[in-house]
Design a protein around this ligand. Structure first.
Ligand code: PQS
Length: 394
């Protein structure tokens, strides 16, 4: 009865353009708030977001991590065996993916990822002026990630509209979602086909997943759905993580100077950009029983929205939360989630970040914004569509 209701729509353009006053209003209103626009509850404080992420028994993923409740509505695609599953179903497939994406497997990619970043930054220095989103933040993951999965070279850009559609699908069926569906419709069959064993090279993460079908650990159908997870969650996320990093380095020249002076800070600079911009802004859980959040009681079967981006700037947890401080101890941010559903690809994402930011640190003297940055609107992802820049060689 005492849960404050706020007239906030977290899936509209005004919110996407400037979510920060609404984030503060939700954090300040209480540990949990009610958003009547969608008849949902929401948490925006760091402590409560983290507690929810850790309590998978009370806050289920199997009923979907979007607004749609799989107990009431049929999911639009076969549910993910990782994201949209609870233990024990979740743990069997997660264990496999932990093995496939283990630090040792990712370490083998390190030199290639660094060389690819160096080559791309060299080519961009030749041009001088370019759009940092398509030409860098999209171009880099679209080469190194499909290579690592073992995909053919043709049509890799099709992964972008597919990811855009999936990440929009976690919100309401609004205009962003409808537009993304129309964009992705022509590539749906292609994505499905790419997850089949025949489409994948015999080395790479895709083949490693399919090998688990040989040993009977999973079925062939399950292997395909797990490869689909890579294709869904592996590109748009890192595009926006790299985009966030570039936007931060362009806006905070002192931070870039510090990075240039010590390229060893590349990993920290990427991590801090993920905290500050939180490319994955939100997703939902569904209560499995009557639960308590910060002393307030919620019924069973309630959708609760977790604001990762608000938690990552909660002044209760972070000193000067709106500053981009690449020397900060940013560990503990929830930009990759945490708990059993914590990002399974984080090691790979961090390697991409380190490679690109390291190349910039070693080769580039200045990054200047040379045009009006344009936002990309998505129900889950925060990022830019365009960031015109001019860079000069160091
Ligand atoms: C899948 C996995 C993860 C999949 C929200 C969703 C996701 C971050 C935030 C995501 C999406 C899809 N990642 O397994 O298909």
């Amino acid at each position: 009865m005492t849960i404050p209701a706020l007239p906030i729509d977290p899936f509209c353009q005004a919110f996407f353009d400037d979510p920060f006053p609404a984030h503060a209003a939700m954090r300040d209103a209480g540990p949990v708030v009610y958003l009547p626009v969608y008849d949902i509850h929401a948490v925006a404080r760091y402590d409560e977001v983290r507690a929810m992420l850790l309590d998978w028994g009370s806050f289920a993923s199997a009923r979907g991590v979007g607004l749609s409740d799989f107990a009431r509505e049929t999911p639009w695609r076969l549910p993910s065996l990782l994201l949209e599953a609870d233990p024990p179903v979740h743990d069997r497939t997660r264990k496999l993916m932990d093995r496939v994406l283990a630090p040792a497997a990712v370490r083998a990619l390190r030199d290639g990822f660094i060389q690819a970043a160096d080559r791309l930054v060299d080519a961009l220095l030749e041009r001088g002026s370019f759009d940092a989103i398509p030409d860098l933040a999209e171009a880099y993951p679209l080469t190194v990630f499909p290579d690592a999965v073992g995909m053919p070279v043709e049509n890799r850009r099709f992964l972008l509209p597919y990811g855009n559609m999936v990440f929009n699908s976690f919100g309401p069926r609004n205009a962003w979602f409808q537009a993304a569906v129309a964009d992705a419709a022509p590539v749906l069959d292609w994505v499905q086909a790419q997850s089949r064993r025949e489409a994948l090279s015999p080395t790479g993460f895709g083949a490693a997943i399919h090998a688990a079908a040989d040993s009977g650990e999973i079925s062939v159908a399950e292997a395909e759905v797990l490869v689909r997870s890579l294709l869904t969650a592996g590109v748009d996320t890192t595009v926006n993580g790299l985009g966030a990093s570039l936007y931060c380095l362009a806006r905070f020249p002192d931070a870039f100077a510090r990075l240039r002076a010590d390229p060893g800070l590349a990993r920290g600079a990427f991590e801090e950009a993920v905290r500050l911009e939180s490319p994955v802004q939100t997703f939902f859980r569904t209560t499995t029983r009557t639960v308590e959040i910060g002393g307030e009681t919620l019924d069973e079967g309630r959708k609760v929205l977790m604001f990762l981006g608000a938690a990552n700037r909660d002044p209760r947890r972070w000193e000067d939360p709106d500053d981009y401080d690449i020397g900060r101890r940013s560990a503990g941010h929830v930009g990759f989630g945490t708990g059993i559903h914590g990002c399974v690809g984080a090691v790979l994402a961090r390697l991409e970040g380190e490679a690109v930011l390291g190349a910039l640190a070693r080769k580039v003297a200045s990054i200047e914004i040379a045009g009006v940055p344009r936002r990309r609107y998505n129900n889950t992802l925060r990022g830019l569509a365009s960031l015109p820049v001019v860079i000069r060689a160091g």
